[in-house]
Ligand binder design. Sequence first.
Ligand code: HEC
Ligand code: HEC
Length: 400
Amino acid sequence: MTISHIASRAMWSVACVVVALSVRSADPGAGAATETWAGRAASRALAGHPGLPQLRAPDRARLTPESVALGRKIFFDRRLSLNGTISCGMCHVPEQAFASNELSTAVGFEGRSVKRNAPTLLYIGHLDVLFHDGRETSLETQFVGPLVAHNEMANPSIGRVVDLLRTLPDYRGSFESAFGAPAGLDSIGAALAAYQRTLIAGPSRFDRWRFGGEGKALTEEEQRGFALFSGKAGCARCHVAGTRDAMFTDQKYHDTGYGWWREHIRQSPEATEPVEVAPGVRFNLGRDVVASVSAPQQADLGRYEVTLDPRDLWSFRTPSLRNAALTAPYMHDGGIRTLADVVAFYDAGGRPHARQSPLVRPLGLDAAERAALVAFLGTLTSAGIDELVREARTAPPDNW
Ligand code: HEC
Ligand code: HEC
């Protein structure tokens, strides 16, 4: 072996190391270090913050920088829909609090309508009852639904998605390094769950006031709002705020009158509907006119669709109210535009009918009390959501 051979060998080894290092740093999830965004995100989720219950042990165990980075990539990968156009992140938009602020009900594959509003995924890792009707109970299994729904990502089978993730070259090795096995249903679910469990930001002003001992974090009006929320207005009977933590949901199902009312409107042909014909310009059009140019509006029977128990008709899961100020429009079909209108709905006692929950009844609030409730709801916004948006957009495939 000549000197030049040795020299070129040495240079080759150096080149290999350099290539290896740059490949490593190009992969945002590589390494357990907290210098990577995924490392920081995983630590944030594991640490939690005042006002949040702890994640459960099995959920914590699989929350690693590798699984978080892989989950993010899957979440934003449009190639995983039948014609490569739609990803999870297009309905759960990071800049819109991981919800869809611009649509009452979601629009999926080839413009097909979904009958419900896309909920925020912020704090979703802390809920056990998923979807507006609670038909799923874990993030590890929930993801199959949107991937195969004909009006969401439209895959003919979940096997197709597994095959794709086993063959797309840029996924090579990533499931192995995160989970020690090739892509499969279990590991895809675990990766998506890991990423979604990092979608928690810093504590809200309410958390700091109630659980962090910062007496001045809320204004007097906001404090009055909380007193109403947990007292006279009875909101906390369902949107529970405990003394150790608060998710603002009992994770149960109730008939607030809203679902029943919406179905009543759907069935009444003489009703009109406000239609936005240009930004900010709304006309009340007859339902028959709207129906002539849109897909037929489907009935929504709520929890009944899951249990077929008539007692569950028009019951929906109590949603968390964390970040409610960012997640308009409201209710399962996004039919209420502002928090002030939601409060007015409850103040009027819902839409009384035989099945409505006795916990929803006329409240007799005055204007100042209604305003205080809205002000209080505004204190549930997490600090630092911008960081989650930056993480979401940190690398391809979201910007392919
Ligand atoms: C076409 C828009 C659309 C796409 C694409 C989509 N979702 Fe959703 N997502 C929704 C809607 C609408 C709901 C509520 C459906 C219901 O309650 O029946 C929902 C509900 C959820 C929930 C439950 C939220 C809660 O509050 O209970 C999770 C978690 C979720 N989606 C994650 C995902 C993941 C992961 C993907 C990609 C694999 C995805 N979504 C793709 C529209 C979408
Ligand atoms: C009987 C239980 C119950 C009570 C009492 C109650 N809620 Fe609700 N709340 C619900 C349920 C269930 C939904 C979902 C309804 C739907 O989607 O059709 C909901 C939805 C909401 C939403 C919409 C959230 C979203 O993301 O779409 C807000 C805001 C809200 N409630 C605030 C309040 C306030 C403020 C009060 C008190 C004035 C209150 N709630 C009282 C059960 C309750």
